[in-house]
Ligand binder design. Sequence first.
Ligand SMILES: [Zn+2]
Length: 356
Amino acid sequence: MTSGANFGIHSGYSHPTLREWQQPNTSIGPSNLMYPIFITPDVDGEVEIASMPGVKRWGINKLVTHLKPVVDNGLKSVLLFGVPDETVKDEVGSAADDPERSPVIPAIRVLRKAFPDLVIACDVCLCGFTSHGHCGILTSTGHIDNDKSTKRLAEVALSYATAGCHIVAPSDMMDGRILAIKTSLRQAGFGNKVSVLSYAAKFASCFYGPFRDAAASAPAFGDRKAYQLPPGSSGLAIRAVDRDVSEGADFLMVKPAMIYLDIIKTAKDRHPQLPMFAYQVSGEYATIINAAKAGLYDLDVALSEVLVALRRAGTDVIITYFAPRILAKLNQDKAKYIYTSSIISSLDQLHIFLEE
Ligand SMILES: [Zn+2]
């Protein structure tokens, strides 16, 4: 007697449409993308970043021109990073929420006016603004002072909320900062208007190297291993995610993305009620681009495969420097979504090589 299993599974994906059916919840549309942007204090600045081909720091006078075609192609959200002058940095990052010295605050105002429908998220951290380059305030012995740090981070978050952002995104990884920020937002009347995207599981990673070039935020001494997670620590990642959910985070993030798919899946399975973000960081971006430049694969095919993998793992929103490229492709293909079909048809052509 023949059992059902003997019929095999190939019949279930023998046509492109059938292959789409086999990959539920892996489509990519504009709502699945957030575009990170570096803001420089030089208002007319347009500064290339050597380690991130195609990514620049933008001054506020150039920002609208840069974003207009991307918004026209469907961009729905941005994540802003301020890159201040070295001269304004001090021990407590006082420039982070000073409208005269932080390029983020004027950028929020400009973007709100130019693109009323665009969701504006702001990275909240001190490392770009502190003289020591750490993400919090230090004690006299050079350790993180957690209470002072969370208080300061809440002040910065509140100033970005006051300037008009929709989301504050604390990336510092301090204990208790979500609660401090939520409390401060509520007390100031932003409790129902401004949400908190927690960098909940942020791992200490060499893949941040190009970002530190972009944001000039490398620590002056030591490293961030006392607050960012060790790469193998799935247990700590779960505790960090649970901690931030219990403190009131509206959205969760795992960072980096590609090599932490298991963490994304675990976090999403554990908290399916919260939208899950994954940050495809600078080193991932540079790796994908440089491998394509070296002729190892077609950039768009590789990118599609990565995006699908992130969606398959449970990511709802991918923070990616490729957002303009992906949206341009969606527009060019007149597609509401990049379904896996685009990568299926490309991969079909590669089939013979894959079989070898
Ligand atoms: Zn930081």
